[in-house]
Ligand binder design. Structure first.
Ligand SMILES: [Zn+2]
Length: 242
């Protein structure tokens, strides 16, 4: 199974490999086999394997108690756990600065995560974040590679759920961060405004999304608007290279 694109940063590449090895070892020890349910086709890799249910988006984005209705898709063990480092990063950066009145549980998660950076085992990650801190805007520069891996998984999961077929890995994926790329966002405002009017909501504003298939009968040309905590929005699109 092809893995996610090679990371740019050495620390991330090593961390990802270690995470993948730990996942494989856990699986081989059978620790997580209690999650196995049935055999079937994985929504991500398309292989016939034992299936788990993968949350789309990652359930860690929702505070506890979690909403009773969350989106899941069938996923093999390896695809389900293969990007957990990226999920953790995504969870961290998206929750920074969320409205604590509207999202008290998620804000409490965020504070816990910030406090956890003081642990000795988190110092590498804390140092990495400090390098990305932008004094002028008091923001952390988001690692587009890492965020892109998670967004792509979310879109592939939603594609499977809403369109009823697997989005192949060869289909190109791109995204625009509406808050971080204002010029590109302005050029796309007509599409994003149109999508925003039809967004589905999961978890009282934690996650909203809408999509459009742009060039039927080619099912792989799609546009997506993903919104998290109503303060981070991403316009994503997939297209057929042919
Ligand atoms: Zn899989």
């Amino acid at each position: 199974m092809p893995g996610p694109p090679a990371p740019k940063f050495k620390i991330k590449g090593r961390a990802t490999r270690l995470c993948q090895r730990a996942t494989r070892e856990r699986y081989n020890r059978g620790v997580s086999r209690k999650h196995k349910t049935e055999m079937g086709y994985c929504a991500y890799c398309g292989e016939w394997r034992e299936l788990t249910r993968d949350h789309v988006p990652p359930c860690s984005l929702f505070g506890r108690p979690r909403p009773s209705i969350l989106i899941t898709v069938p996923s093999c063990y390896f695809c389900n756990h293969g990007a957990s480092m990226e999920d953790e990063y995504f969870n961290f950066v998206l929750k920074l600065g969320i409205d604590q009145n509207r999202f008290p549980n998620e804000n409490a998660d965020s504070v816990d995560k910030i406090m956890s950076l003081a642990r000795p085992e988190s110092l590498g990650f804390a140092r990495y974040l400090l390098q990305k801190y932008q004094r002028n805007s008091s923001r952390i520069e988001v690692d587009r590679d890492r965020v892109g891996i998670v967004l792509r998984r979310i879109v592939r999961g939603l594609f499977y759920r809403d369109i009823g077929m697997r989005l192949p890995e060869f289909v190109p994926f791109q995204f625009v961060s509406i808050e971080d790329q204002p010029r590109k966002a302005a050029a796309l405002s007509g599409v994003t405004d149109s999508l925003a009017r039809g967004q589905q909501e999961i978890g009282r504003g934690v996650f909203r999304y809408a999509f459009a298939q742009c060039a039927l009968p080619d099912p792989f040309v799609t546009a997506w608007l993903l919104s998290f905590y109503d303060h981070r929005r991403f316009f994503c699109f997939t297209s057929n290279p042919l």
